[in-house]
Design a protein around this ligand. Structure first.
Ligand code: FAD
Length: 544
Protein backbone atom coordinates (compact mmCIF):
# COMPACT_ATOMS: atom_id res chain seq x y z
CA UNK A 1 0.00 0.00 0.00
CA UNK A 2 1.54 3.30 -1.06
CA UNK A 3 1.64 6.13 1.44
CA UNK A 4 1.41 9.74 0.40
CA UNK A 5 4.65 11.43 1.39
CA UNK A 6 4.04 14.22 3.86
CA UNK A 7 6.07 17.44 3.94
CA UNK A 8 7.93 18.00 7.22
CA UNK A 9 6.12 20.09 9.82
CA UNK A 10 7.17 23.63 10.57
CA UNK A 11 8.71 24.49 13.93
CA UNK A 12 5.49 26.31 14.96
CA UNK A 13 3.43 23.24 14.28
CA UNK A 14 6.04 21.18 16.06
CA UNK A 15 5.83 23.39 19.11
CA UNK A 16 2.02 23.02 19.22
CA UNK A 17 2.27 19.29 18.83
CA UNK A 18 4.91 19.19 21.54
CA UNK A 19 2.50 20.76 24.01
CA UNK A 20 -0.23 18.40 22.88
CA UNK A 21 1.93 15.36 23.26
CA UNK A 22 3.26 16.44 26.63
CA UNK A 23 -0.34 16.60 27.81
CA UNK A 24 -0.72 12.99 26.75
CA UNK A 25 2.52 11.94 28.39
CA UNK A 26 1.59 9.83 31.36
CA UNK A 27 4.51 10.40 33.73
CA UNK A 28 7.03 8.00 35.16
CA UNK A 29 4.80 4.98 35.87
CA UNK A 30 5.54 2.25 33.35
CA UNK A 31 2.05 0.81 33.24
CA UNK A 32 -1.11 2.83 33.75
CA UNK A 33 -3.61 0.54 31.99
CA UNK A 34 -5.46 -2.37 33.64
CA UNK A 35 -3.19 -5.41 33.66
CA UNK A 36 -5.89 -8.00 32.89
CA UNK A 37 -5.69 -7.05 29.21
CA UNK A 38 -2.94 -8.45 27.03
CA UNK A 39 0.02 -6.21 26.42
CA UNK A 40 -1.00 -5.93 22.75
CA UNK A 41 -4.58 -4.99 23.66
CA UNK A 42 -3.37 -2.32 26.06
CA UNK A 43 -1.28 -0.79 23.29
CA UNK A 44 -4.12 -0.89 20.75
CA UNK A 45 -6.64 0.59 23.19
CA UNK A 46 -4.28 3.35 24.25
CA UNK A 47 -3.44 4.17 20.65
CA UNK A 48 -7.11 4.18 19.61
CA UNK A 49 -7.99 6.51 22.51
CA UNK A 50 -5.28 8.97 21.56
CA UNK A 51 -6.08 9.19 17.87
CA UNK A 52 -9.86 9.35 18.47
CA UNK A 53 -10.33 7.31 15.32
CA UNK A 54 -10.49 3.55 15.92
CA UNK A 55 -10.71 2.90 12.17
CA UNK A 56 -7.26 4.37 11.63
CA UNK A 57 -5.83 1.58 13.78
CA UNK A 58 -6.60 -0.89 11.03
CA UNK A 59 -4.75 1.00 8.34
CA UNK A 60 -1.60 1.98 10.20
CA UNK A 61 -1.16 -0.79 12.79
CA UNK A 62 -0.35 -4.26 11.51
CA UNK A 63 -0.37 -7.01 14.11
CA UNK A 64 1.94 -10.04 13.95
CA UNK A 65 0.21 -12.86 12.09
CA UNK A 66 -2.02 -10.71 9.88
CA UNK A 67 -1.53 -10.69 6.05
CA UNK A 68 -0.67 -6.98 5.87
CA UNK A 69 1.98 -7.53 8.55
CA UNK A 70 3.87 -10.07 6.43
CA UNK A 71 3.87 -7.71 3.46
CA UNK A 72 5.18 -4.77 5.47
CA UNK A 73 7.66 -6.91 7.38
CA UNK A 74 9.35 -8.48 4.37
CA UNK A 75 9.25 -5.85 1.63
CA UNK A 76 12.06 -3.58 2.91
CA UNK A 77 14.37 -6.40 4.11
CA UNK A 78 17.66 -6.26 2.21
CA UNK A 79 19.66 -8.92 4.07
CA UNK A 80 17.93 -12.15 3.11
CA UNK A 81 19.58 -14.25 5.83
CA UNK A 82 17.04 -12.60 8.16
CA UNK A 83 13.93 -12.96 6.02
CA UNK A 84 12.91 -16.35 7.42
CA UNK A 85 14.61 -15.79 10.74
CA UNK A 86 13.05 -17.37 13.81
CA UNK A 87 14.31 -14.44 15.92
CA UNK A 88 11.80 -12.27 17.73
CA UNK A 89 9.73 -10.17 15.32
CA UNK A 90 7.91 -6.93 16.18
CA UNK A 91 4.47 -7.37 17.77
CA UNK A 92 3.16 -4.59 15.54
CA UNK A 93 4.42 -2.78 12.49
CA UNK A 94 3.20 0.77 12.37
CA UNK A 95 3.10 2.67 9.08
CA UNK A 96 2.48 6.21 10.31
CA UNK A 97 0.95 8.96 8.24
CA UNK A 98 1.65 11.76 10.74
CA UNK A 99 4.18 12.74 13.38
CA UNK A 100 1.47 12.72 16.02
CA UNK A 101 0.88 9.02 15.44
CA UNK A 102 4.56 8.32 16.13
CA UNK A 103 4.33 10.43 19.25
CA UNK A 104 1.26 8.47 20.38
CA UNK A 105 3.05 5.21 19.65
CA UNK A 106 5.81 6.18 22.11
CA UNK A 107 3.30 7.14 24.80
CA UNK A 108 1.34 3.90 24.39
CA UNK A 109 4.45 1.73 24.04
CA UNK A 110 5.58 2.98 27.41
CA UNK A 111 2.15 2.34 28.94
CA UNK A 112 2.06 -1.18 27.59
CA UNK A 113 5.80 -1.94 28.15
CA UNK A 114 6.92 -2.23 24.54
CA UNK A 115 10.21 -1.09 23.12
CA UNK A 116 10.23 0.84 19.85
CA UNK A 117 12.45 0.42 16.80
CA UNK A 118 12.52 2.46 13.61
CA UNK A 119 13.17 1.35 10.07
CA UNK A 120 13.97 3.65 7.15
CA UNK A 121 15.79 1.87 4.30
CA UNK A 122 16.08 -1.55 6.01
CA UNK A 123 19.83 -2.00 5.26
CA UNK A 124 20.94 -2.64 8.84
CA UNK A 125 23.77 -5.21 8.64
CA UNK A 126 22.41 -7.17 11.60
CA UNK A 127 18.72 -6.65 10.81
CA UNK A 128 18.27 -4.74 14.08
CA UNK A 129 15.62 -2.48 12.59
CA UNK A 130 13.22 -5.41 12.22
CA UNK A 131 14.33 -8.50 14.16
CA UNK A 132 15.59 -9.02 17.68
CA UNK A 133 17.82 -11.59 19.37
CA UNK A 134 16.04 -10.91 22.67
CA UNK A 135 12.50 -11.80 23.72
CA UNK A 136 11.66 -8.18 24.65
CA UNK A 137 8.43 -7.24 22.83
CA UNK A 138 8.68 -4.23 20.52
CA UNK A 139 6.89 -2.18 17.92
CA UNK A 140 8.45 -1.34 14.58
CA UNK A 141 7.77 2.09 13.13
CA UNK A 142 8.26 1.89 9.37
CA UNK A 143 9.20 5.31 8.05
CA UNK A 144 8.06 5.52 4.48
CA UNK A 145 7.42 9.23 4.09
CA UNK A 146 10.10 10.32 1.69
CA UNK A 147 9.62 13.87 0.50
CA UNK A 148 12.72 15.83 -0.51
CA UNK A 149 12.67 19.61 -0.88
CA UNK A 150 15.82 21.13 -2.38
CA UNK A 151 16.55 24.84 -1.96
CA UNK A 152 19.56 25.66 -4.12
CA UNK A 153 19.49 29.36 -3.19
CA UNK A 154 19.68 28.65 0.52
CA UNK A 155 22.06 25.75 -0.10
CA UNK A 156 20.05 23.27 1.91
CA UNK A 157 17.46 20.54 1.63
CA UNK A 158 14.76 19.03 3.82
CA UNK A 159 14.71 15.23 3.51
CA UNK A 160 12.31 12.86 5.20
CA UNK A 161 13.82 9.76 6.77
CA UNK A 162 12.02 7.32 4.49
CA UNK A 163 13.86 8.68 1.43
CA UNK A 164 16.88 6.87 0.03
CA UNK A 165 20.20 8.56 -0.68
CA UNK A 166 19.69 7.69 -4.37
CA UNK A 167 16.45 9.70 -4.35
CA UNK A 168 18.27 12.56 -2.65
CA UNK A 169 21.06 12.53 -5.27
CA UNK A 170 18.44 12.39 -8.02
CA UNK A 171 16.50 15.38 -6.69
CA UNK A 172 19.68 17.44 -6.28
CA UNK A 173 20.65 16.67 -9.88
CA UNK A 174 17.24 17.88 -11.10
CA UNK A 175 18.05 21.32 -9.71
CA UNK A 176 21.78 21.81 -10.26
CA UNK A 177 24.87 20.14 -11.73
CA UNK A 178 27.22 21.88 -9.30
CA UNK A 179 25.50 20.87 -6.07
CA UNK A 180 25.93 17.60 -4.18
CA UNK A 181 25.69 15.97 -0.76
CA UNK A 182 28.33 13.86 1.01
CA UNK A 183 26.81 10.45 1.72
CA UNK A 184 27.29 6.77 0.86
CA UNK A 185 27.84 4.94 -2.40
CA UNK A 186 24.88 2.53 -2.54
CA UNK A 187 21.76 4.45 -3.71
CA UNK A 188 19.18 2.25 -1.95
CA UNK A 189 20.44 3.07 1.58
CA UNK A 190 17.82 4.83 3.71
CA UNK A 191 18.53 8.40 4.80
CA UNK A 192 17.26 7.68 8.35
CA UNK A 193 19.68 4.94 9.39
CA UNK A 194 22.58 6.23 7.28
CA UNK A 195 22.76 9.82 8.55
CA UNK A 196 22.44 8.97 12.25
CA UNK A 197 25.40 6.56 12.02
CA UNK A 198 27.73 8.93 10.13
CA UNK A 199 27.46 8.40 6.37
CA UNK A 200 30.80 7.89 4.63
CA UNK A 201 31.38 8.23 0.89
CA UNK A 202 33.44 9.73 -1.91
CA UNK A 203 32.97 13.38 -0.82
CA UNK A 204 33.94 12.91 2.83
CA UNK A 205 37.57 14.02 2.46
CA UNK A 206 36.27 17.31 1.06
CA UNK A 207 33.15 17.89 3.18
CA UNK A 208 33.08 15.38 6.05
CA UNK A 209 30.48 12.68 6.59
CA UNK A 210 26.71 13.15 6.16
CA UNK A 211 26.27 13.77 9.89
CA UNK A 212 28.72 16.71 9.68
CA UNK A 213 26.30 18.36 7.27
CA UNK A 214 23.06 18.13 9.22
CA UNK A 215 21.68 21.57 10.08
CA UNK A 216 18.46 20.60 11.82
CA UNK A 217 16.24 17.60 12.51
CA UNK A 218 12.61 16.77 13.24
CA UNK A 219 12.52 14.22 16.05
CA UNK A 220 9.84 12.40 17.97
CA UNK A 221 11.43 12.03 21.39
CA UNK A 222 10.78 8.87 23.41
CA UNK A 223 8.55 10.87 25.80
CA UNK A 224 6.32 11.68 22.83
CA UNK A 225 7.48 15.29 22.39
CA UNK A 226 8.02 16.51 18.84
CA UNK A 227 11.17 18.59 18.75
CA UNK A 228 13.61 20.31 16.40
CA UNK A 229 17.00 21.91 16.97
CA UNK A 230 15.41 25.05 18.39
CA UNK A 231 13.89 23.25 21.38
CA UNK A 232 15.67 19.90 21.73
CA UNK A 233 18.86 21.07 23.45
CA UNK A 234 22.33 21.08 21.86
CA UNK A 235 23.41 17.81 23.52
CA UNK A 236 20.49 15.94 22.00
CA UNK A 237 21.25 17.47 18.59
CA UNK A 238 24.92 16.54 19.08
CA UNK A 239 24.01 12.92 19.89
CA UNK A 240 21.81 12.41 16.85
CA UNK A 241 24.72 13.18 14.53
CA UNK A 242 26.50 9.83 14.75
CA UNK A 243 25.04 8.33 17.93
CA UNK A 244 22.72 5.90 16.13
CA UNK A 245 19.20 4.81 16.90
CA UNK A 246 19.06 5.82 20.56
CA UNK A 247 17.58 9.28 20.83
CA UNK A 248 14.08 9.21 19.37
CA UNK A 249 12.81 8.74 15.85
CA UNK A 250 14.16 11.24 13.38
CA UNK A 251 11.46 11.95 10.84
CA UNK A 252 13.31 14.54 8.74
CA UNK A 253 16.72 16.13 8.33
CA UNK A 254 17.63 19.59 7.14
CA UNK A 255 20.97 19.15 5.41
CA UNK A 256 23.59 21.56 4.07
CA UNK A 257 24.25 20.98 0.37
CA UNK A 258 27.80 21.30 -0.95
CA UNK A 259 29.42 22.62 -4.14
CA UNK A 260 31.07 20.47 -6.77
CA UNK A 261 32.60 21.57 -10.10
CA UNK A 262 30.60 20.92 -13.30
CA UNK A 263 33.27 18.41 -14.37
CA UNK A 264 34.70 15.74 -12.10
CA UNK A 265 36.98 12.85 -13.08
CA UNK A 266 36.97 9.18 -12.18
CA UNK A 267 39.22 6.22 -12.81
CA UNK A 268 39.22 2.58 -11.75
CA UNK A 269 42.51 0.74 -12.21
CA UNK A 270 42.79 -2.91 -11.23
CA UNK A 271 46.12 -4.56 -10.41
CA UNK A 272 46.80 -8.20 -9.60
CA UNK A 273 49.56 -9.45 -7.32
CA UNK A 274 51.59 -10.25 -10.42
CA UNK A 275 51.18 -6.62 -11.49
CA UNK A 276 52.48 -5.35 -8.16
CA UNK A 277 49.22 -4.94 -6.20
CA UNK A 278 50.92 -5.64 -2.83
CA UNK A 279 53.49 -2.87 -3.30
CA UNK A 280 50.86 -0.43 -4.64
CA UNK A 281 48.47 -1.03 -1.76
CA UNK A 282 51.33 -0.50 0.70
CA UNK A 283 52.21 2.77 -1.06
CA UNK A 284 48.56 3.92 -1.24
CA UNK A 285 48.40 3.96 2.57
CA UNK A 286 51.04 6.72 2.62
CA UNK A 287 49.56 8.71 -0.26
CA UNK A 288 45.74 8.57 -0.23
CA UNK A 289 45.09 10.04 3.25
CA UNK A 290 47.43 12.98 2.51
CA UNK A 291 46.28 13.88 -0.99
CA UNK A 292 44.57 17.16 -1.75
CA UNK A 293 41.01 16.89 -0.37
CA UNK A 294 39.58 17.11 -3.92
CA UNK A 295 40.92 13.59 -4.49
CA UNK A 296 39.37 10.44 -3.06
CA UNK A 297 41.05 7.14 -4.01
CA UNK A 298 39.73 4.00 -2.38
CA UNK A 299 40.74 0.38 -2.82
CA UNK A 300 38.44 -2.56 -3.35
CA UNK A 301 40.41 -5.80 -2.94
CA UNK A 302 39.20 -9.36 -3.43
CA UNK A 303 40.68 -12.78 -4.10
CA UNK A 304 40.06 -14.28 -7.54
CA UNK A 305 41.22 -17.09 -9.78
CA UNK A 306 44.26 -16.08 -11.78
CA UNK A 307 43.19 -15.52 -15.41
CA UNK A 308 46.41 -17.13 -16.65
CA UNK A 309 46.03 -20.35 -14.68
CA UNK A 310 42.93 -21.74 -12.98
CA UNK A 311 45.13 -23.47 -10.42
CA UNK A 312 46.45 -20.21 -9.08
CA UNK A 313 44.73 -17.54 -7.02
CA UNK A 314 45.51 -13.86 -7.02
CA UNK A 315 44.27 -10.59 -5.53
CA UNK A 316 42.51 -7.98 -7.63
CA UNK A 317 43.03 -4.56 -6.07
CA UNK A 318 40.98 -1.86 -7.76
CA UNK A 319 42.02 1.74 -7.16
CA UNK A 320 38.84 3.76 -7.65
CA UNK A 321 39.10 7.55 -7.75
CA UNK A 322 36.76 10.52 -7.66
CA UNK A 323 38.51 13.82 -8.33
CA UNK A 324 36.70 17.15 -8.08
CA UNK A 325 38.25 18.66 -11.19
CA UNK A 326 39.40 17.84 -14.73
CA UNK A 327 41.46 14.88 -15.96
CA UNK A 328 44.66 16.76 -16.80
CA UNK A 329 44.96 18.13 -13.26
CA UNK A 330 44.30 14.69 -11.79
CA UNK A 331 46.96 13.06 -13.99
CA UNK A 332 49.47 15.74 -12.93
CA UNK A 333 48.69 15.13 -9.23
CA UNK A 334 49.02 11.38 -9.67
CA UNK A 335 52.32 11.77 -11.56
CA UNK A 336 53.68 13.76 -8.67
CA UNK A 337 52.19 11.94 -5.66
CA UNK A 338 51.53 8.38 -6.80
CA UNK A 339 53.60 7.73 -9.96
CA UNK A 340 53.80 4.00 -9.11
CA UNK A 341 50.12 3.58 -10.07
CA UNK A 342 50.91 4.85 -13.58
CA UNK A 343 47.65 6.74 -14.18
CA UNK A 344 47.41 7.79 -17.83
CA UNK A 345 44.96 10.26 -19.42
CA UNK A 346 43.16 7.37 -21.11
CA UNK A 347 42.41 5.81 -17.69
CA UNK A 348 40.43 8.91 -16.71
CA UNK A 349 36.87 9.84 -17.57
CA UNK A 350 35.40 13.29 -17.15
CA UNK A 351 31.73 13.56 -16.22
CA UNK A 352 29.25 15.42 -14.03
CA UNK A 353 29.11 14.66 -10.30
CA UNK A 354 25.78 12.82 -10.67
CA UNK A 355 27.32 10.62 -13.37
CA UNK A 356 30.12 9.80 -10.94
CA UNK A 357 27.43 8.69 -8.47
CA UNK A 358 26.11 6.26 -11.11
CA UNK A 359 29.65 5.18 -11.92
CA UNK A 360 30.62 4.49 -8.29
CA UNK A 361 27.34 2.64 -7.72
CA UNK A 362 28.29 0.29 -10.55
CA UNK A 363 25.60 1.36 -13.05
CA UNK A 364 28.01 3.13 -15.42
CA UNK A 365 28.04 6.87 -15.98
CA UNK A 366 25.60 6.75 -18.90
CA UNK A 367 22.85 4.91 -17.04
CA UNK A 368 19.52 6.71 -16.73
CA UNK A 369 19.26 8.86 -13.61
CA UNK A 370 15.92 7.15 -12.93
CA UNK A 371 17.85 4.12 -11.64
CA UNK A 372 18.78 6.20 -8.59
CA UNK A 373 15.13 6.13 -7.55
CA UNK A 374 14.87 2.36 -7.73
CA UNK A 375 14.56 0.66 -4.34
CA UNK A 376 15.40 -2.72 -5.75
CA UNK A 377 18.72 -3.81 -4.24
CA UNK A 378 21.55 -4.31 -6.75
CA UNK A 379 22.18 -7.70 -5.21
CA UNK A 380 19.55 -9.96 -3.68
CA UNK A 381 21.01 -12.23 -1.07
CA UNK A 382 22.61 -12.33 2.35
CA UNK A 383 25.49 -10.29 3.69
CA UNK A 384 27.74 -9.60 6.65
CA UNK A 385 29.99 -6.62 7.31
CA UNK A 386 32.72 -5.87 9.83
CA UNK A 387 34.98 -2.86 10.09
CA UNK A 388 38.31 -1.53 11.31
CA UNK A 389 40.32 1.67 11.29
CA UNK A 390 44.01 1.71 10.40
CA UNK A 391 46.35 4.22 12.03
CA UNK A 392 49.77 2.89 10.97
CA UNK A 393 50.56 1.67 7.45
CA UNK A 394 50.53 -2.13 7.17
CA UNK A 395 53.87 -3.46 5.86
CA UNK A 396 54.14 -5.33 2.56
CA UNK A 397 54.89 -8.45 4.62
CA UNK A 398 51.63 -7.86 6.51
CA UNK A 399 49.74 -7.46 3.25
CA UNK A 400 51.17 -10.72 1.93
CA UNK A 401 49.83 -12.48 5.02
CA UNK A 402 46.40 -10.87 4.49
CA UNK A 403 46.32 -11.77 0.80
CA UNK A 404 47.32 -15.36 1.58
CA UNK A 405 44.39 -15.74 3.97
CA UNK A 406 41.94 -14.25 1.48
CA UNK A 407 43.20 -16.44 -1.38
CA UNK A 408 42.92 -19.59 0.74
CA UNK A 409 39.25 -18.86 1.41
CA UNK A 410 38.22 -20.09 -2.02
CA UNK A 411 34.51 -20.23 -1.19
CA UNK A 412 34.60 -17.10 0.96
CA UNK A 413 33.96 -14.13 -1.34
CA UNK A 414 35.05 -11.40 1.05
CA UNK A 415 35.72 -7.91 -0.29
CA UNK A 416 37.97 -5.44 1.53
CA UNK A 417 36.85 -1.88 0.91
CA UNK A 418 39.40 0.68 2.10
CA UNK A 419 38.24 4.30 2.26
CA UNK A 420 40.95 6.94 2.81
CA UNK A 421 40.63 9.35 5.74
CA UNK A 422 42.34 12.76 5.99
CA UNK A 423 41.18 16.06 4.49
CA UNK A 424 38.10 17.52 6.21
CA UNK A 425 37.83 14.48 8.49
CA UNK A 426 41.10 15.53 10.14
CA UNK A 427 39.88 19.08 10.71
CA UNK A 428 36.84 18.18 12.82
CA UNK A 429 37.43 17.31 16.48
CA UNK A 430 36.40 13.91 17.82
CA UNK A 431 33.92 15.55 20.20
CA UNK A 432 32.33 18.05 17.79
CA UNK A 433 29.49 15.68 16.97
CA UNK A 434 28.82 12.12 18.13
CA UNK A 435 30.49 10.55 15.05
CA UNK A 436 34.03 10.23 16.46
CA UNK A 437 36.42 8.85 13.83
CA UNK A 438 38.75 11.74 12.98
CA UNK A 439 42.43 12.69 12.90
CA UNK A 440 44.91 9.87 13.38
CA UNK A 441 43.14 7.42 11.08
CA UNK A 442 44.68 6.60 7.72
CA UNK A 443 41.69 4.70 6.42
CA UNK A 444 38.66 2.61 7.24
CA UNK A 445 38.38 -1.03 6.23
CA UNK A 446 35.06 -2.65 5.57
CA UNK A 447 35.13 -6.44 5.33
CA UNK A 448 32.02 -7.24 3.35
CA UNK A 449 30.79 -10.59 2.17
CA UNK A 450 27.61 -11.45 0.31
CA UNK A 451 26.24 -14.74 -0.87
CA UNK A 452 23.03 -15.82 -2.62
CA UNK A 453 21.69 -18.35 -0.08
CA UNK A 454 19.26 -17.49 2.74
CA UNK A 455 20.17 -20.66 4.58
CA UNK A 456 21.37 -20.34 8.21
CA UNK A 457 23.98 -23.10 7.85
CA UNK A 458 25.58 -21.38 4.87
CA UNK A 459 25.51 -18.09 6.78
CA UNK A 460 27.20 -19.72 9.77
CA UNK A 461 30.07 -20.98 7.64
CA UNK A 462 30.67 -17.54 6.12
CA UNK A 463 30.33 -15.78 9.48
CA UNK A 464 32.87 -18.14 11.09
CA UNK A 465 35.35 -17.42 8.32
CA UNK A 466 34.79 -13.65 8.60
CA UNK A 467 35.53 -13.88 12.34
CA UNK A 468 38.82 -15.67 11.64
CA UNK A 469 39.75 -13.00 9.12
CA UNK A 470 38.95 -10.28 11.67
CA UNK A 471 41.16 -12.10 14.17
CA UNK A 472 44.00 -12.23 11.65
CA UNK A 473 43.75 -8.43 11.19
CA UNK A 474 44.22 -7.71 14.92
CA UNK A 475 47.91 -6.68 14.83
CA UNK A 476 47.38 -4.30 11.92
CA UNK A 477 44.47 -2.14 13.06
CA UNK A 478 43.52 0.36 15.78
CA UNK A 479 43.72 -0.80 19.39
CA UNK A 480 42.34 0.05 22.84
CA UNK A 481 39.68 0.28 21.65
CA UNK A 482 39.68 -1.48 18.31
CA UNK A 483 37.45 1.09 16.61
CA UNK A 484 34.47 0.12 14.46
CA UNK A 485 32.05 2.08 12.28
CA UNK A 486 28.48 2.05 13.60
CA UNK A 487 26.89 1.87 10.15
CA UNK A 488 28.71 -1.43 9.57
CA UNK A 489 26.94 -2.84 12.60
CA UNK A 490 28.50 -6.00 13.95
CA UNK A 491 26.96 -8.11 16.72
CA UNK A 492 30.25 -10.02 17.06
CA UNK A 493 31.42 -7.02 19.09
CA UNK A 494 28.86 -7.87 21.78
CA UNK A 495 25.24 -7.16 22.54
CA UNK A 496 22.78 -6.25 25.27
CA UNK A 497 21.37 -9.34 26.94
CA UNK A 498 17.63 -8.68 27.36
CA UNK A 499 17.64 -5.53 29.51
CA UNK A 500 20.15 -6.67 32.11
CA UNK A 501 23.29 -5.29 30.47
CA UNK A 502 24.72 -2.28 32.28
CA UNK A 503 26.75 0.72 31.15
CA UNK A 504 30.10 -0.95 31.61
CA UNK A 505 29.06 -4.19 29.80
CA UNK A 506 27.78 -2.09 26.92
CA UNK A 507 31.00 -0.08 26.79
CA UNK A 508 32.71 -3.13 25.21
CA UNK A 509 31.10 -2.27 21.86
CA UNK A 510 30.03 1.29 22.74
CA UNK A 511 33.63 2.50 23.01
CA UNK A 512 34.52 0.81 19.73
CA UNK A 513 31.76 2.67 17.92
CA UNK A 514 31.90 6.00 19.77
CA UNK A 515 35.42 6.20 21.29
CA UNK A 516 35.61 9.06 23.81
CA UNK A 517 32.07 10.20 22.98
CA UNK A 518 30.54 7.09 24.49
CA UNK A 519 30.11 8.39 28.04
CA UNK A 520 28.53 11.66 26.94
CA UNK A 521 26.16 9.69 24.70
CA UNK A 522 25.13 7.57 27.70
CA UNK A 523 24.33 10.74 29.68
CA UNK A 524 22.30 12.15 26.79
CA UNK A 525 20.50 8.80 26.58
CA UNK A 526 19.76 9.15 30.30
CA UNK A 527 18.12 12.52 29.69
CA UNK A 528 16.30 11.75 26.45
CA UNK A 529 15.34 8.10 26.89
CA UNK A 530 15.86 7.13 30.56
CA UNK A 531 13.59 4.07 30.26
CA UNK A 532 15.37 2.80 27.11
CA UNK A 533 12.17 2.73 25.10
CA UNK A 534 14.44 2.77 22.07
CA UNK A 535 16.26 -0.42 22.93
CA UNK A 536 18.07 -2.86 20.70
CA UNK A 537 20.96 -5.29 20.93
CA UNK A 538 23.55 -2.53 20.74
CA UNK A 539 21.65 0.47 22.07
CA UNK A 540 23.38 2.75 24.56
CA UNK A 541 22.72 2.14 28.23
CA UNK A 542 21.40 5.34 29.90
CA UNK A 543 23.50 7.03 32.59
CA UNK A 544 21.37 9.11 34.94
C1 FAD B 1 24.74 -2.54 0.17
C2 FAD B 1 25.11 -1.58 1.25
C3 FAD B 1 25.96 -0.51 0.94
C4 FAD B 1 26.32 0.41 1.94
N1 FAD B 1 27.15 1.45 1.62
C5 FAD B 1 27.48 2.36 2.57
C6 FAD B 1 28.31 3.48 2.27
O1 FAD B 1 28.74 3.69 1.15
N2 FAD B 1 28.61 4.34 3.28
C7 FAD B 1 28.13 4.17 4.56
O2 FAD B 1 28.42 5.00 5.42
N3 FAD B 1 27.33 3.12 4.85
C8 FAD B 1 26.99 2.22 3.91
N4 FAD B 1 26.18 1.17 4.22
C9 FAD B 1 25.70 1.02 5.60
C10 FAD B 1 24.46 1.86 5.85
O3 FAD B 1 24.84 3.21 6.00
C11 FAD B 1 23.78 1.39 7.16
O4 FAD B 1 23.40 0.05 7.04
C12 FAD B 1 22.59 2.26 7.52
O5 FAD B 1 22.28 2.08 8.87
C13 FAD B 1 21.39 1.92 6.66
O6 FAD B 1 20.31 2.77 6.95
P1 FAD B 1 18.84 2.28 6.54
O7 FAD B 1 17.91 3.37 6.91
O8 FAD B 1 18.84 1.79 5.15
O9 FAD B 1 18.67 1.01 7.47
P2 FAD B 1 17.60 0.59 8.60
O10 FAD B 1 17.78 -0.89 8.72
O11 FAD B 1 16.26 1.09 8.29
O12 FAD B 1 18.14 1.32 9.89
C14 FAD B 1 19.45 1.13 10.40
C15 FAD B 1 19.46 1.51 11.90
O13 FAD B 1 19.00 2.85 12.08
C16 FAD B 1 17.79 2.88 12.85
N5 FAD B 1 16.92 3.86 12.21
C17 FAD B 1 16.51 3.86 10.92
N6 FAD B 1 15.79 4.95 10.68
C18 FAD B 1 15.72 5.66 11.83
C19 FAD B 1 15.10 6.88 12.19
N7 FAD B 1 14.43 7.59 11.29
N8 FAD B 1 15.20 7.31 13.47
C20 FAD B 1 15.89 6.58 14.39
N9 FAD B 1 16.50 5.41 14.09
C21 FAD B 1 16.42 4.96 12.82
C22 FAD B 1 17.24 1.47 12.79
O14 FAD B 1 16.43 1.16 13.91
C23 FAD B 1 18.53 0.65 12.75
O15 FAD B 1 19.07 0.56 14.04
C24 FAD B 1 25.81 0.25 3.25
C25 FAD B 1 24.95 -0.81 3.54
C26 FAD B 1 24.62 -1.72 2.56
C27 FAD B 1 23.71 -2.86 2.91
Amino acid sequence: MALTPKPPLSITTLANLTILSLLFFSGPSHSTQPLDKTQEQRFVDCFGDLIHDPLLNFTILHALGTPSYEEYFKAPIKNLRFINSTSNKPSFIMTPTSLQQISNAFVCARNASFHIRARSGGHDYEGLSYISQSSNPYILIDLNSSSIVIDIEKGNAMVQSGATIGELYYEIAQKSNTTAFPAGICPTIGVGGHFIGGGIGALMRKYGVSADNIEDVRVVRPDGALVGRINMGEDHFWAIRGGGSNFGIITAFQIRLVSVPPIVTTFAITKTLEQGAARLVERWQHVAPKLDDDAFIRIIALAADDKESNEKRTINATFQCLFLGGASKLVAIMDEKFPELGVKPEDCEEMSWIQSVLDFAGYGKNASLEILKSRKPQFEGSYKGKSDFVKEPISEKGWNEIWRFMMEGKDEPVVMIMDPWGGKLDEIDEGDIAFPHRKGNLYNIQYFMRWPEKDEQVAKRHLDWMRKFYELMTPYVSKSPRAAYLNYKDLDLGWNKETSTNYSDASVWGEKYFLNNYKKLAYVKGKVDPYSIMWDEQSIHPLL
